[in-house]
Every structure is written in C-alpha cells, then in structure tokens.
Design a protein around this ligand. Structure first.
Ligand SMILES: O=c1ccn([C@@H]2O[C@H](COP(=O)(O)OP(=O)(O)O[C@H]3O[C@H](CO)[C@@H](O)[C@H](O)[C@H]3O)[C@@H](O)[C@H]2O)c(=O)[nH]1
Ligand SMILES: [Mn+2]
Length: 720
C-alpha cells in the first residue's frame, strides 16, 4: 500500500480566466501602443513622447506581471501522515536582530521562546540568536529567556497550547491552568527586568548572578561599539545537559554577536546569516535551517511538521531548497493605511510563482535544506574548510574546546576574505535584498522552492507604523532591486536562460519595481498640468480610443481588486494599497533611484536602515486610529504633497473651465485623473491644512510644497 500523502498541489480556479484575460488585455495594450506610435509620428512632441514612455512602461510591467497569473497553486499539507517512526532531521534556527532600540529585546525573547516550544523533538533543535547590534541588552534578555524557557516549554507542552509566544498568549483571553498565574508572574517579572535594563542602557551588576555571566559581560569594554568589537559567543542552553522543570530536554540556545570592525564591510543581514551558517556548522550542522527575523514569532507549533511534509517526502523531487511561509503581520490597523501587509508580495504572488518553479525567499519564515546553500543539486561546492560543509558531522559537545574555537574563528570579520562565501556559498552579497537575490540564485542553480500557506498564519511579525518607516523600507528595497538589475547574473540575463520563462518574468517584474516611478510620476503630474492650462492631451469622450483607455484602466484595477478580495482582503484595504502603490511610485522608488546613484558614485548613504518595530504611544495611537503619520520633515514627502496640491488646483481649474467655456468632451479623461488624484490625496490635505497633532505635515514641507508647486504651475504655462 502506498504511504499516505504528505502534501497535495492544487491549481487555483482562476488559472484559465487569467489566461483568457491575458489575451484580451494584451491585445488592448498592443493597439494602444500602436495608436501612440501613430500620434508620435504625426506630432512628435515632449507630451506625446512622455505619454508613450509611461504607457510603454505600464505595458511592460503588466505583461511581466502575468508570470504570477499563469499557474497559481495552493498546497495542502497533511502533517498527521508523518508517522511516529518518522525520523525528524535536526534543525538549526537562526534569529536575526540588529538594534535593541528599533527591535526591543523582549520581541527577540518572544520569538525565541515561541520557536523553542515547537512541537518538534526538542533535542534536535538549536537556536542561534545573531545580534548585529552587539548589545549586552539583547544578551541579557536572551539569558533571561533561557531561564524562563524551562518553565514555559513545560507549561506549553503539558497544556497543549496553540499560542506559544508568551506575550501573545497572555495578551489574549487564554485558558487558566493551575500553574498559569505562577508562569504569568514569572513572565511579567522577566519582562520588567529586561525592560528596565533596556531603559537604563546597561546591565546593573546585581543582575549578573554567576561567574560565567560576569565573564561574558566583561567583553563590553570601553572600546566596544556596535561597529567595532570582538566576537561574543555564549552557549546559554545545552541540549544534552539542560532540562525543563519536567525533566524534558531543552533545545540548544546560543547567542552570537559576530566580530565587527569599522574597516571591514559586514554585508548587513546576509553577512550575519553567513556567520550563522558557519557557526552552526561548527556546533551542530543540522541539515535543516529555519531563518527568522527577530519580530516574526511562531504562531503555530506545528509549522516545522508542515515544512517536513516537503523536506521528508522521499517520493517527491529532492530538489526542494526551501519551504517558504508567508510574512503575515499582527497589529495592522483596521484598514491597513500603509498597506504594510503587502498581500501581493507576501501572499498572492508567491502562490503564483509556486506554480512555475517556486516562490522567492522573503528573508524570514523559511525552512532551508542546508545543502542548498552549497551549490546546485548535483554540484556540491565545498567551502575552504570542509568542516563547514553540509555533509560534515559534528561529534564533540557544543561546548568542547575545538568546537568553540572553530566557531570563534569562523565568526571573525576577516574570515570571508577571498573565499566563496557570499558568492557561491551561503547568502549572496551585493544587494540590500539578500533574501530575494539569494532565493533567485538558488532557483537558477536548479533548486525548486515551495510556498506553504496554512490557514492559521505560521508566523506573525511587525509592520511599519509610520509613513516614513514604510517609505524608508521600500526605498531600501528599491535600491536592492536596482543593484540586482545591474548585477551580472540577473533575471534577464541568467533568469530567462535557465528558469521557467514565467518564473523569470516574475523576477523581472520585481527588479523593475523602481521603474514604476516614471509612469506614475508622469500620470500624477502631466495630465493635470495640461488641464490647468486647458490643454487636452487624451482622446475625446466620443473617440473610441477613449474607451480603450477606460478599459485598460478599469481592467487592470478590476483584476487586481478581485485577486486581493479573493485572498481575503477588504475593499478599504485594497483601496489603501492602490494609494500606497502610487505613493511609493512617486516617492520612495524615485528616492531609491537617487540614492542608488549616489551610492554607485561612492558617496555615503543610509545603508541597511533597520525598520523600526516600535513607536511612541502618541504615534501608536494615531496608527490605531488609521491617521497618517508624517511627523518628520522628510524630502520624500515633497512629490506627494506637490502631487496632491497640483491635482487639486487642476481639478478646480478644470471644472471651472468646462463650466464656463465647455470642452468637457476634450478634458474628460484629465478631469477624471485629477479627481482620482484628489480622492487619493485626502489624507495629505488633511495633514497639511486641518490637523494640529505631531503627525501632521511639518510646516517647512507645506511651505516648500507651495513654492515648488507654484513654480511648476508657472513653468507649465510656458509649455502649454
Ligand atoms: O545589518 C543588519 C541589518 C538587518 N538585520 C536583520 O534583518 C532583519 C530584517 O530587517 P528589517 O529592518 O526588519 O527589514 P524589513 O524591510 O522589514 O525586511 C524585509 O526585507 C529584508 C531585505 O531588505 C529581509 O532581510 C527581511 O527578511 C524582510 O522581512 C531584522 O531581523 C534585522 O535585525 C541584521 O541582522 N543585520
Ligand atoms: Mn521586518
């Protein structure tokens, strides 16, 4: 009898409608471009050229987007079919953190505890917490967690809890067991100690209880900074020795702050992960690796079993490099005003890519086969020191002298010089989106990947809670995407050659994200400036080409809307997402482009700016209420505020114009666009003129907007 299946792949019902719509819509695109070419030949001028370029880019982005729509799939998994005799592989869990103030240590603690309590053989798990902030505050928090874990793990397992992240558990209306009050007290007092230490900025001596701790903290000497310090590696729990209060084994728990030197480039998160790959190779070398950002706590103790349904399936393809779970966020406000959920990139599109070769890697919530980080399925790349290779078996205990000395050596900041790390082995360097780029390179090497999206989110993380945080995040992404565009092995050169063409299209679509800046900016300003001068630039209402525009606009929007709603989204959230798409287009993508050029010219830039995971109470409240938070005077707001103002002036002028002088037929499309712009800009007007709180648009930005927008209006009157 065949073994019960571990997973099933199902095509989504929208596959055929998607394909049919593809044919219809592409026809419309081609005819519009043909129409454009004729116009351009007849009257070659800057306006028709701009519109042509804008539509050409829209068309390119739409066509490449169809890669996501050709074969979307869903995966069902049956962890119950993993038998008792299943021999589970050992698993190394990497948790990355980089800044104790943007990423509060209690967040890291909660993530670590939620994973330690997985329904997975505990003695087979090893957690490595990487602290790129090199902060004793984080180390202190993890030490506290290691003590509390002995109670928490026993409590979770005895009572078969589903919420195993203590903060989330105690925040809900949870069940009470005889020991609940005691465990809760312990948690609260740990939290208080950790938060006190963070507030104080150092660990007071009365909190350092034993000699070993004392020795570890003594590494933080006067010259120790987060950019310059020796390796700090501390084993906080050792599986063979430490037990929980019920006598069950604990997982290994290791804190590591890799060596840093201001003269050696550390490659941000990719560098941290490569250190983790090596340190864990020296200590445990488990065949499975789970990567997590510090804010992504586990929301389901069965998750590793779901991942194993793929990694342990001997009947399936053994080329599975990673099983990616979606990034899902908790604490989003009701209508998700900043579209921090990124439903398309984290939930909808990966399912589309899964049907044509596999989802991209999104940095967190991903179960890797360690072997996949060392060359293609049939071409193993062994690192310089074979002890770091995926086939090496560690024999000594993790605290043995040899193991620790190798671990220290491979965490050194000069270890990678002239090695294959970052190029052929491990996470790939050269971009701020190491996750996306590395996943792409693995797929090009012949690996496949799996997207697993269970009903109950596997992980929950934090999304940005102010507009500026979101813009900085997407600016960093767009710089990363541009770097990929200019790298030798990119989706157009390498991808189209070796991947399923639809998968290559998906990657191409993404790396061109920053180019959205061009058509969106053109459409946000040009028709409106023309309208301001009563100059018609689109076909008349009675002209059939007008219907073509209407069809293209509503066709794209409607399909996008349907996809969003089918994936469980609400109308308001969809509306906010299309607004954020415009905002990112005219702001962070354009600025990302500028900063990318500066960086290429060798000028200092902001680098990998870690996303804030906390805001003060005031901002938190505004976020909760769904009020836009501008607050700081950032130039990134200027295109936004100028766009809003110009759309408003153009709309008012346009309405007056058609009311008094007629011409509605000629100006209809422009009036529509300006109206659309104004509706989208309502929160901007509010923040400029009506609000008094600290999240409003700063006066300097409003003044600069008035000056620049007047200049632009004046200049337009010279052109039209
Ligand atoms: O020098 C660094 C910088 C960052 N990080 C860690 O990287 C993670 C992601 O950083 P975050 O600021 O949260 O970035 P996001 O934009 O929210 O992250 C998305 O985009 C990143 C790539 O830009 C991916 O690494 C992430 O997994 C993905 O969630 C965090 O755990 C950080 O602690 C480091 O370890 N070292
Ligand atoms: Mn993040």
């Amino acid at each position: 009898m065949a073994a019960a299946p571990l997973h099933k792949r199902l095509a989504l019902p929208r596959t055929w409608p998607n394909r049919a719509f593809f044919l219809v819509y592409s026809g419309a695109i081609f005819s519009l471009l043909y129409h454009h070419s004729l116009t351009l030949l007849r009257s070659p001028n800057a306006v028709s050229l701009s519109l042509f370029v804008a539509d050409l880019i829209f068309a390119f982005m739409w066509v490449t987007y169809q890669g996501f729509r050709m074969a979307p799939v869903r995966r069902d998994v049956y962890p119950q079919n993993l038998t008792k005799e299943t021999s589970f592989p050992a698993m190394d869990v990497f948790i990355c953190t980089a800044d104790p103030y943007k990423e509060p240590p209690m967040r890291v603690v909660n993530t670590a505890l939620s994973v330690m309590a997985y329904d997975y053989p505990t003695e087979k798990m090893s957690l490595y917490v990487s602290d790129d902030g090199g902060s004793q505050l984080t180390l202190f928090a993890i030490m506290e967690a290691s003590k509390f874990a002995a109670h928490w793990l026993a409590y979770c397992k005895k009572n078969a809890l589903v919420d195993r992240c203590p903060e989330a558990y105690f925040a809900t209306d949870h069940a009470w067991f005889p020991e609940t009050a005691e465990v809760k007290n312990m948690y609260e007092s740990m939290k208080m100690r950790v938060e006190k230490v963070v507030e104080r900025g150092s660990v007071p001596s009365e909190y350092i209880t034993d000699e070993q701790q004392h020795q570890t903290f003594s590494k933080w000497t006067a010259g120790f900074t987060n950019q310059d310090h020796p390796t700090v590696l501390q084993v906080l729990l050792e599986s063979g020795k430490d037990k929980d209060i019920k006598g069950q084994p604990m997982p290994n728990l290791i804190y590591i702050a890799r060596e840093k030197s201001s003269t050696t480039h550390h490659n941000f998160k990719a560098g941290a992960l490569n250190v983790l790959i090596r340190v864990s190779a020296a200590m445990t070398n488990s065949p499975i690796i789970l990567t997590l950002d510090c804010d992504m706590y586990s929301n389901d103790p069965q998750t590793p079993l779901r991942a194993m349904c793929f990694h342990l399936d001997t009947s399936a393809d053994s080329k599975v490099a990673y099983v990616q779970f979606p990034q899902i966020f908790h604490g989003l406000n009701k209508h998700d005003i900043y579209c921090g959920e990124f439903k398309y990139i984290f939930q909808i599109n990966p399912a589309g890519m899964d049907g044509v070769g596999g989802p991209p890697h999104v940095g967190t919530g991903c179960f890797f086969r360690r072997r996949a980080l060392f060359g293609g399925p049939t071409s193993l790349v062994v690192p310089e020191n074979p002890k770091l290779g995926p086939d090496h078996r560690v024999t000594g205990p993790i605290q043995s002298k040899e193991v620790l000395s190798l671990a220290h050596q491979v965490a050194g900041c000069n270890f990678e010089a002239k090695t294959v790390w970052g190029y052929k082995v491990g996470y790939r360097y050269g971009t701020y989106i190491e996750d996306f780029y590395s996943g792409f390179r693995l797929q090009c090497e012949g690996w496949i990947s799996i997207f697993c999206q269970p009903k109950r989110p596997a992980f929950l993380g934090d999304a940005p809670m102010t507009l500026i945080d979101l813009l900085i995040q997407t600016k960093r992404w767009s710089m990363g995407l541009l770097a990929m565009n200019f790298s030798k092995d990119n989706p157009m050169t390498l991808g189209l050659r070796v991947l399923n063409p639809f998968l290559a299209f998906c990657y191409i679509h993404y790396i061109f994200w920053p180019i959205w800046a061009i058509p969106i900016t053109i459409y946000a300003f040009l028709p409106q400036l023309a309208l301001l001068n009563s100059h018609s630039i689109f076909p008349k209402v009675s002209d059939p080409w007008c219907y073509m525009y209407v069809f293209l606009f509503f066709g794209a929007y409607a399909q996008d809307f349907l996809e969003f709603v089918l994936a469980g989204g609400t109308i308001r959230r969809w509306w906010n997402c299309q607004r954020m798409w415009i905002i990112r287009g005219i702001s962070s993508f354009a600025f990302g482009f500028g900063e990318f050029v500066l960086e290429a010219a060798g000028l200092p830039t902001s680098g990998f700016n870690v996303t804030n995971k906390v805001v003060d109470a005031d901002k938190g409240k505004r976020y909760e209420q769904g009020i836009f938070d501008f607050g700081v005077a950032s130039p990134m707001y200027l295109p936004l505020t100028m766009g809003a103002l110009i759309n408003l002036i153009a709309l008012v002028r346009g309405i007056c114009q058609v009311y008094f002088n007629g011409g509605f037929e000629d100006l209809f499309l422009q009036l529509f666009l300006a109206g659309f712009g104004v509706i989208n800009s309502l929160p901007v007007f509010e923040a400029m003129a009506l609000r008094t709180d600290y999240g409003k648009i700063p006066v300097t930005i409003t003044l600069a907007t008035l000056v620049l927008a007047s200049g632009l209006c004046y200049a337009s009157s010279l052109v039209f």
